[in-house]
Design a protein around this ligand. Structure first.
Ligand SMILES: C[S@@+](CC[C@H](N)C(=O)[O-])C[C@H]1O[C@@H](n2cnc3c(N)ncnc32)[C@H](O)[C@@H]1O
Length: 530
């Protein structure tokens, strides 16, 4: 192979591959013991990353800096004024600097650019673009044999696609991939179909450090990590760098697991999603235990479903609503279990519909309606899905329309009741990022005249307290040297300096006295909204 792509594994001896005891095929195992919040390994960049169509316009195709990042606080690590410029050749990818453009060029874009140029006006799905890049780079000797072999070892699930009737679509996409990439002379059509299917079934979401989705990544090392609904590790991204970090301590020779899905969902939904997208029946330790674990608990026993909701559920079952009878919502076999399944199905259906609404004002209306189903039925504990996920979306949309005070009440509630329940580890990356969002909102409110002012409440203290919490947790969740942790550190220092100026030499003393009281106010605010 010619030119070695720039791709370094921080510590190749930190893990090894061997047959998995829990899962199908091989898995990734720890070569030594790790504490909670430690990095196992980091890749300078995954083998291939491919942006969502919407992100091609505002995100660097090399370092994945999202220049237009939305929610409060999510852009702190993006340098002010960062813009992306389109590649004059392919007119598809954009770069934030000449350095990024050169890196991408060397990695393979010099070949890909020529192939993409004649089709610059066509919208091409991200999985096709990712497959094209893989084929082009391999054809031109830019993927070394060792990496290529590992990639080809990942399951393509062609037989599964043939069985579920989707193989026709895959063949069609593969045909386009072949033609567009000018690689027909190197790879035959079955091979390309296999590679495209491999991308579909082994890709992970490309995210910002605050977990905003940007596209997909595919990497043979990350792709060899099995799934668990009770993972002991996760992947965190910092620009193009992808690190595997521990959620809890991992012993030497223990298997490393990440979660491919939202593992806060009820068991049947998790199982269905894994089966549908990755073609396996999850055998993780959590699924083995069966329901009901926390994710599956209802606020009332099935027997005690309020009459009105029983009636509604019966109607849904009688007319055969798909969600009412879908295995994804399975609760149990009694009539009442089936009623619960129908109501839950409706809630998830509403959640999916809400996510397709682009206008924030419309989304808010829909989400509030959907949340009413969960709250008024009295069936949902506050942390049960999709109630919690609806609240997350409500916050994002309220922030988008500048409805900061209501967003704050929701954030305070989530902080008090939901985050500790869904993410018990204080350094769980989702908990850290959502706490960060809450901190930045508090800071924003502190700087505005507000009708929320309660006697004694000082939002700047609350913001500072939350930033301090994130500062400690981010070193474990993202790593001390990550751009996220460094941004949090920067914000902390900035705020500490303001307090010092305002309070003078007694600043530390005053703050130590004030903090517990402000924390109590924060907790009280968590009870403001139903
Ligand atoms: C991305 S690959 C992971 C590596 C794979 N085990 C291998 O040998 O290359 C995903 C595949 O691993 C298996 N797998 C991963 N997690 C699993 C789990 N929790 N239970 C059962 N099989 C699992 C399934 O066959 C799945 O399609």
């Amino acid at each position: 192979m010619s030119e070695e792509p720039e791709r370094a594994i921080a510590s190749p001896a930190s893990f090894y591959h061997a047959r998995s005891k829990e899962c199908i095929g091989n898995g990734t195992f720890a070569s030594r013991s790790y504490g909670a919040g430690e990095q196992i390994t980091a890749l300078k960049r995954p083998l291939v990353g491919s942006l969502d169509t919407g992100r091609l316009r505002d995100t660097c195709a090399n370092c994945y800096v999202w220049t237009e990042g939305s929610s409060i606080g999510s852009r702190l690590y993006v340098k002010e004024g960062t813009k992306v410029q389109v590649c004059a050749g392919c007119k598809r990818f954009r770069y934030c600097s000449l350095v990024c453009q050169k890196e991408a060029w060397k990695r393979g874009h010099k070949h890909e650019c020529k192939a993409l140029k004649p089709i610059s006006d066509r919208e091409i799905p991200k999985a096709v673009l990712a497959t094209m890049e893989i084929l082009i780079r391999r054809k031109h000797g830019l993927i070394p044999d060792e990496i290529w072999q590992m990639l080809c070892q990942l399951g393509s699930h062609i037989e599964d696609f043939k069985q579920n009737g989707k193989y026709g679509g895959i063949e069609l996409m593969a045909m386009g991939t072949s033609q567009f990439s000018w690689t027909q002379d190197t790879f035959n059509k079955d091979f390309v179909a296999g590679m495209y299917a491999r991308v579909l079934t082994n890709s992970m979401t490309l995210v910002t450090p605050t977990f905003d989705p940007l596209g997909i990544i595919i990497d043979p090392i990350l792709g060899h990590i099995n799934h668990s609904c009770a993972p002991n590790a996760y992947i965190v991204m910092d620009g193009a760098e992808a690190a595997v970090r521990t959620l809890r301590p991992i012993k030497k020779n223990e298997e490393i697991f990440i979660s491919y899905i939202d593992s806060t969902n009820p068991r049947a939904r998790r199982q269905s999603e894994l089966e549908a997208r990755w073609f396996f029946a999850c055998q993780c330790s959590k699924c083995q235990k069966g329901a009901p674990l926390d994710e599956d608990k209802w606020a009332v026993e099935p027997l005690n479903i309020p009459k009105k909701w029983k009636k509604l559920a019966d109607e849904m079952i009688d007319i055969g609503e798909e969600w009412a009878i879908s295995p994804a919502n399975h609760v149990g076999d009694t009539r009442d279990d089936k009623r619960l399944a129908a109501i839950q199905g409706r809630a998830f259906q509403d959640y999916e519909e809400e996510q397709g609404i682009a206008v924030p004002e419309d989304a808010i209306k829909k989400i509030e309606d959907d949340m009413r189903l969960c709250s008024q039925s009295g069936l949902w504990p506050i942390h049960r899905q999709p109630y919690a996920a609806l609240r997350d979306d409500l916050i994002v949309n309220m922030l988008a329309v500048g409805n900061y005070e209501n967003a704050w009440a929701q954030c305070a509630k989530r902080y008090r009741y939901i985050l500790p329940k869904l993410y018990p580890q204080i350094h769980h990356p989702v908990r850290v990022v959502q706490t960060w969002q809450t901190a930045m909102l508090a800071l924003h409110i502190a700087g505005e005249p507000t009708s929320m002012a309660l006697p004694g409440v000082d939002m700047s203290y609350i913001a500072f307290m939350l930033v301090l919490e994130v500062l400690h947790a981010s070193r474990l969740s993202h790593g001390e040297h990550s751009s996220f942790a460094r941004s949090v550190q920067g914000k902390y220092e900035e705020m500490a300096a303001v307090f010092k100026t305002k309070l003078g030499p007694k600043a530390d003393e005053v703050m130590a006295k004030e903090m517990p009281q402000q924390r109590a106010y924060l907790m009280e605010m968590g009870t403001w909204v139903e």
